[in-house]
Design a protein around this ligand. Sequence first.
Ligand code: IMP
Length: 525
Amino acid sequence: MERRKDAFFAEMERQRDAVTFDEVLLKTGYSTIELPKISLVGRFSRNCPLKRPFVSAAMDTVTGYRMAIAMARLGGIGVIHRNMSPKKQAWHVARVKNHLNVRIADPPPVCVRDTATVEEVLNERRRKRYPFESFLVVDENGKLVGVITGQDFDFCVDKTRQVRTAMTPRSDLEVASPEISDDEAFEAMVRMKKKRLPLENEDGTVAGLFVFSDLVRARSGTNMHNTDERGNLRVAAAIGVGDGVLEHVELLLNERVDVVVVDTAHGDSERVLKAVRRVKMEFPMLDVVAGNVSEGDSARRLIEDGRADGVKVGQGPGSICSTRTVTGTGCPQMTAIHQCELAVRDSGVPVCADGGISTPAHVTLALAAGAESVMMGRMFAGTKETPGETLFRQGQRVKVYRGMGSRSAMRDSRASRERYSQSDKFAPEGVEAVVPYQGSVSEVVGNLEGWLRSSLGYVGASSIPELHEKADFRRISSEGRKESDPHDVTVTPEAVSSAAMDLSDDEAFDDEGFLDENDAADWYQ
Ligand code: IMP
């Protein structure tokens, strides 16, 4: 199916030319659209929907479980990086999946035996890195006999005591039947001021558990959460192509990972195709995204030969990437996205545009070129949710952001070396950097969403599929680029300009012919 923008890119292809974000602008079009009603629904892979088309990069300075939780709560998805052991990565996945565990029933809550010692339970808790402190206590028949909480552990001075002597016994607990609904459980816990509500089968065995903090979390902003059919947040995880790939995926699947991403710098290679095929053969129900590629034929091979459920596009556009500089290969990102999307357009497999997003406009342009989601590293780097400490450099708060192919990442991790097909002697394809600390990622995503809505309004598109249909581009010169950015003024910080204009004097404001606040809002919808 032909689209408006195809002619633009075909013409360029004829001239063996290619463009990236800052070389084009989208044409505006007739619009009847109310910005809040625009749908930003996209897909990361064939079966993984997104409520907002944003994906955080599989980088060790971007996505651990904290970022993945935040991204899914904001309607997107995070890809947990792989510069750690598969076991540890599975633990990160579990943290995300358990974050909104409204009803802990399948898998059942972790229970401990009444005859175990407090010390044994504490050791087990540490060893398995459980992110919670309380446990249901059962007898030898699996029947509920009590609950032991963090407070019970704290006040139990003699840790050799048996759990049954330190717990709150069943007779002092409020319990409910498994038929209770989530809302009823919430109301009951509020009424009884109970932080936990165990669910008990008729024969006294454990059927499940509600935890109040989970219910509160799940009820706030629920309609934006990107959740699976069980109500848990969606999460993806990066994998490699080595021998242990199937065992690695199995560990992730045990924690109910939603998508795995075969994460390499060159996705159009036999070892990647082989890995994707093996994973799809062994786990046909699991969505596999593969990459990275930047040519149409490469994208087609990934889905036809590899049976990938998503294609990740981007070879060399990343902010911390030096691949193009040191290898002289790659393709400017707008052209790469379009080529790949065109090649897989009729397959039902979505394209994720990965890398090079340095302004909000780039997000819209990447989607308009054909992507259904946009993966970002730099945009989210430096936020509170990224792994790593906040540092001070020349009086400024900063966080580290480094390429997965940077010297330090390759030195620290075999996975990084494998991503770039390097052995012990490695040639870096990325740099290490620091970026300003930028608070919570929810602010970043909120701003990106606002600008994306505006862009769709200008184009006259009410959704991402409509943007795909209607998008058409003009190439711009460097003069056009200059005109696009603020120019011929000295831009002052917002606080300075607000203070200089006394906006409290409404009459003077009107007299000078300025728009009043409502008019200004209409202007920008
Ligand atoms: P950014 O959003 O422009 O910062 O780009 C992030 C993307 O760059 C990631 O999702 C990766 O695909 C890619 N990337 C990460 N580390 C490196 C590297 O060291 N060299 C080249 N590309 C990298």
